[in-house]
Ligand binder design. Structure first.
Ligand code: HEM
Length: 504
């Protein structure tokens, strides 16, 4: 019997029996672990930081455990290619962990709840220490094997080099966490902050159903990687959404603190950059590894992630094709409907431009583009809308990061499944859309053309992009270098040409 555990959404689709992403990834179970006592956005971010660290460290621990078991089994069952794959994966996780902790440190410095982060960051230290010990144990085993099997020199050297890379990355990450909080002894035990058991159980529920052999020590953990790669996103989405809500509320308030809004949007952008790294994680398994369990995925696809949709809708991505797709896929949940009815970041920015007298009509995007082009051109005098324009630049950076996520996801998908037919709800559509040069199978829409279509959505901040086109070259030339304008770009200084004296 199919278990639709803890899923509140009604994605009926064309195959009503098919459990969707929510129950496959166990999103509801994961979100339930967010403690009700988290009151501020920063607290939520710290929780996301701790819980996603727990999930990543568990993945790393499974991979190190598999290498360790292979080295200690009798007779030794050591497959170097497999060990290198797992260590490469550990290295990729270590990179993400270090990017995460840099973000956490930035929150600690910029935030009001510094004590919160100190506690949260400190709490992950015991887990980091455990992983570090595990790496050391694997290093000792490899060293021993090197002595006893000198003929396997190259392969062992390669494995060892990779392990050393992992250890170095890992130490750097631990240092960053240590720097983020000054008094380790003041930190709470992890168990007071995060119910690691409940978090890890959410992956086990699905694995027990699909791939029970993955639960055995040393067994293949590739489906665990696939699940974890999605789960960590789901642990960040609500917190990043809370950041966005803060920025929108502030922008819609009577006297918004624009520099604060700009700093908040910059943080959202930084999280999207982290997402751009995270979306490459599934590539830490091969296309063949993925294919081995793909048919067991029951159709679940990130396409159905309500958290992801909530983020893009709240930022202002409301392309009519996206909205039509949501309806077609029956992803129009109450949560999304509420968010669609509320002003997005883009709407709030336009409202503020209107209030500041930059634009006359917040719904006329063409006029907004023209007005912004006027407002960003240098005039020789201080810009009266400087803060609003700086916020616009940060919003553009955010949209660039969103687009990078999409492109990274698409190239990862190409590498993992090529042009295979979609498993997600997109594959339920009996009306194949323009195939854009890709094969369309038996009236079904492939994931790839769908993803290509999403690259063409109208941009959330289209008027900010359009303002670039509207800038007039002659206006720029006129003010180049005038007082009060930005400094000129530094020109490369060429050394004076020394005349060549012909020898007599
Ligand atoms: C082996 C790994 C993955 C493969 C092969 C894959 C494949 C696909 C495919 C084919 C689609 C198109 C829709 C569909 O047909 O279902 C899609 C959509 C999507 N996937 Fe993935 N995916 C992978 C991992 C991930 C991960 C880790 C995430 C993280 C949350 C993710 C998030 C999404 C999202 C949000 C969409 C919808 C994009 C949109 O509608 O704009 N995917 N994926």
């Amino acid at each position: 019997m199919v278990e639709h555990a803890g899923c509140p959404h009604l994605f009926v689709g064309k195959r009503p029996q098919r459990p969707h992403y929510c129950s496959y990834i166990q999103v509801e179970r994961l979100l339930d672990t967010f403690p009700a006592t988290l009151s501020s956005t920063e607290d939520r971010l710290f929780y996301s930081f701790c819980s996603s660290s727990v999930l990543w460290l568990h993945q790393q621990s499974s991979d190190l455990g598999a290498v360790h078991d292979a080295l200690t089994s009798k007779p030794v069952q050591f497959n170097y290619a497999e060990a290198c794959k797992r260590l490469r994966r550990c290295l990729a996780v270590a990179n993400i962990l270090s990017q995460q902790s840099l973000l956490a440190r930035a929150i600690a410095h910029g935030g009001r709840n510094q004590a919160g982060l100190r506690v949260a960051a400190g709490a992950t230290l015991p887990l980091l220490a455990q992983t570090s010990e595990r790496m050391q144990a694997v290093a000792s085993l490899l060293e021993r094997r090197r002595k006893h099997k000198p003929d396997a020199g190259d392969e062992l050297d390669l494995t060892m080099t990779m392990l050393i890379d992992c250890q170095q990355q890992f130490e750097a990450r631990t240092r960053q966490v240590l720097q983020a909080f000054s008094s380790p002894e003041a930190s709470l035990p992890l168990s007071d902050l995060v119910d690691a058991g409940a978090l890890l159980e959410s992956a086990q529920v699905t694995l027990r159903r699909h791939h029970p052999q993955a639960l055995r020590r040393g067994a293949t953990h590739d489906e665990l990687l696939f699940i974890t790669s999605h789960q960590v996103f789901e642990m960040w989405f609500p917190s990043v959404l809370a950041l966005l809500d803060d920025a929108i509320d502030q922008l819609l308030s009577e006297r918004p603190a624009l520099t604060r809004v700009e700093a908040t949007v910059r943080r959202v952008q930084a999280f999207y950059r982290l997402f751009c790294e995270m979306i490459q994680m599934p590539q830490a398994m091969s296309a063949a590894d993925y294919l081995a369990f793909r048919s067991q995925l029951e159709g679940g696809s990130g396409l159905e992630s309500v958290g992801f949709r909530a983020l893009e809708i709240t930022i202002g991505q409301r392309d009519p094709i996206l909205l039509r797709n949501l309806l077609q896929m029956q992803l129009n949940t109450d949560e999304l409907a509420t968010r669609l009815a509320r002003p997005s970041l883009s709407d709030a920015y336009l409202a503020q431009l209107h209030r500041a007298g930059v634009i006359a009509d917040p719904t006329d995007l063409e006029q907004a583009a023209k007005a912004i082009a006027r407002a960003i051109r240098p005039t020789g005098a201080p810009n009266p809308h400087g803060e609003l324009m700086a916020l616009g630049e940060t919003m553009l950076e955010l949209e660039q990061a969103m687009e990078t996520w999409r492109r990274n996801h698409l190239s990862m998908v190409d590498r993992m499944i090529g042009y295979r037919q979609s498993l997600g709800v997109a594959g339920d559509d009996p009306q194949p859309m323009e195939a854009q040069g890709c094969p369309v199978h038996a009236g079904k829409k492939d994931g790839r053309p769908y993803l290509l279509q999403t690259l063409g959505y109208r941009r959330a901040f289209s008027y900010l992009w359009e303002a670039r086109t509207r800038l007039r070259e002659e206006d720029m030339r006129r003010w180049l270098g005038a007082p009060g304008t930005l400094p000129l770009p530094v020109q490369a200084v060429r050394p004076p040409r020394v005349p060549v004296v012909e020898k007599a």
